[in-house]
Design a protein around this ligand. Structure first.
Ligand code: SF4
Ligand code: SF4
Length: 60
């Protein structure tokens, strides 16, 4: 399970990376969106709530 990011909507604001309580998200310089570590994501949904662009979904 992991957070998935829509490249066309994400503006790389970093809000989700800061928000994740499990530090599952990172924002590599060479990536158009954050990256989710599936081993750390507990699909709590917090990043979905905070994203101003609605760019995040959860993939089971
Ligand atoms: S769903 Fe929760 S645990 Fe997973 S990346 Fe988003 S904030 Fe982090
Ligand atoms: S909060 Fe939304 S727009 Fe900002 S970096 Fe995360 S996915 Fe992209």
């Amino acid at each position: 399970m992991a957070a998935k990011f829509n490249e066309d909507e994400c503006i790389r604001c970093g809000a989700c990376v800061e928000d994740c309580p499990f530090e599952a998200l990172s924002l590599p310089d060479d990536s158009p969106t954050p990256v989710c570590d599936e081993d750390l994501c507990f699909t709590c949904g917090s990043c979905l709530e905070i994203c101003p662009m609605g760019a995040i979904t959860i993939e089971e």
